[in-house]
Design a protein around this ligand. Structure first.
Ligand code: SAM
Length: 452
């Protein structure tokens, strides 16, 4: 969905050029691709249905774990022979990390651009259009954010909106500060104008994005903090739901819970990555909080007047993680009772402090710990979701599964809800669903025709 109608083609010629973007990784990458697509539409490009039909193929990459980074090179290999007819570009974290090395490994690539340089993308694209062959955007020292006149939003019901880019934390395992650059908050006026434009074009749910979304600090004279900004975005006429991700525990304050309690439009979900349940490992990871400090924040959330769903990220097998440390992560899981969890085996990454530590946990042991963790979490999710059987949930409908005769959407706590309905054309609507069954990853119910 386009938030603004694209301008008349500036690319000129009888047939405008076409582009295709493949995206790997997190929501921030997905949204970056939407903005990059907006830049290309503004230059008169049209979207192609697949890479084979495109004149310009861009890979927006993720390097958070080694596997994700490897995938990009195998994908690039597929285009070696087609490179005479096409321009190929690598964007995102692998681009920033590998830089001009990419031209050595895949000489058919014309553009390498990290996310901190996307603001220069119009000029870089103009350079390759003019025949440039090794065009790069790899600056990290920036205090600018990536603002686009047009954003091609792929989801017509829920819109991503960046409020802060980059990261100033120095987590020992993480490539983000090296691939996305320093933290840069967008001025509140730019954010609120975008939220108003989204509402005007029919969006009712906004997800505010940032690597550390809750360390937002308005750089303009208004000087809004994160919670003030949350309240302002929810006050935009037409916006019914506001989410935000990812919160860093260090910046998580009690007033975020108070804001959720007093603002119905703020969704009852907080993603608060803990990474480990052991203070010793947290220290080695440079996470800036202890197990006890993290649990205190969980206590604030659990003390809210309405139930707030809590999700997290955990890494197992970080260098030095002993069986006792892992047991502490398991006991934290038991104590917090997360509603969902993203869990990973530690993967050593270039240019991170953890690379200097001895990777003490063998791969097989990492795998064993991950399976134990994931099975336990599965049981927790089954139990938590079962408590919702018999309740009525408000669902924003975003999919129709015709073969199954079901609709699907998300509750405010971000759970997937599949349901049947006697009605047609529900996409984009908020409906009440009575839950009659629960699994580890979703709820099943039926549409209740009277309002909640
Ligand atoms: N900025 C967020 C934070 O600080 O919590 C999340 C960043 S990252 C895109 C998402 C998750 O990937 C992290 O929370 C972490 O659990 C995982 N991750 C990051 N680096 C990793 C590594 N080297 N090995 C395994 N997992 C990693």
């Amino acid at each position: 969905m386009l938030e603004t109608t694209p301008e008349r083609s500036r690319a000129g010629g009888a047939r405008s050029k076409s582009f295709y973007i493949e995206t790997f990784g997190c929501q921030m990458n997905v949204h970056d691709s939407e903005k990059v697509a907006g830049v290309l539409l503004g230059r008169g490009y049209r979207p192609a249905e697949n890479p084979a039909q495109a004149d310009l193929v861009l890979y927006n990459t993720c390097s958070i774990r080694e596997k994700a980074a490897q995938k990009v090179f195998s994908r690039l290999g597929e285009f070696k022979s087609a490179s005479k007819e096409k321009l190929i570009g690598v964007l995102g974290c692998v681009a920033q990390q590998e830089g001009e090395e990419i031209f050595e490994r895949a000489p058919w690539v014309s553009l390498v651009c990290g996310s901190a340089s996307y603001r220069k993308l119009p000029e870089l694209v103009a350079e390759i259009e003019a025949g440039g062959r090794r065009v790069t955007g790899l600056d990290l020292d920036t205090d600018e954010t990536f603002e686009t006149e047009i954003t091609r939003r792929d989801n017509p019901y829920r819109a991503y909106l960046t409020i802060i880019e980059g990261c100033d934390y120095g987590c020992a395992f993480c490539v983000v500060p090296r691939t996305r650059g320093p933290e840069r908050s967008r001025p509140s006026s730019a954010i609120l104008n975008e939220a108003r434009r989204l509402a005007d074009s029919g969006y009712t749910e906004i997800q505010l994005l940032g690597q550390t979304v809750n360390s937002y600090r308005d750089p303009s004279p208004r000087g809004m903090g994160f919670v003030e900004l949350l309240r302002e975005v929810t006050a935009v006429r037409g916006i019914r739901r506001v989410r935000f991700t990812t919160s860093h525990p260090n910046d998580f304050t009690r007033d975020t819970v108070a804001a959720i309690d007093s603002t119905p439009a703020l969704c009852d979900h907080i993603h608060l990555p803990v990474q480990s349940g052991s203070t010793k490992v947290l220290r080695a990871m440079r996470r800036t909080y202890t197990r006890e400090e993290y649990l205190e924040k969980i206590f604030w959330i659990r003390s809210a007047q309405r139930p707030i769903s809590i999700t997290s990220d955990i890494i197992v097998g970080f260098p030095g993680e002993t069986e006792t440390d892992f047991d502490e992560t398991m006991s934290l899981l038991e104590q917090v009772q997360y509603d969902a969890l993203f869990s990973f085996k530690f993967s050593p990454r270039p240019n991170t402090q953890a690379l200097d530590l001895t990777d003490t946990v063998p791969e097989e042991e990492k795998g064993r710990r991950l399976s134990i963790l994931q099975e336990h979490q599965r049981q927790i999710q089954i139990a938590r979701n079962e408590t919702l059987v018999g309740t009525t949930q408000e669902v924003l409908v975003d999919a129709q599964h015709t073969a199954r005769g079901q609709w699907a959407g998300r509750s405010t706590s971000n759970r997937v809800v599949n349901f049947t309905s006697p009605r047609e054309n529900l996409l984009g609507e908020y409906v009440s669903v009575k839950v009659f069954r629960a699994g580890p990853n979703s709820l099943v119910g039926e549409h209740v025709l009277q309002p909640i």
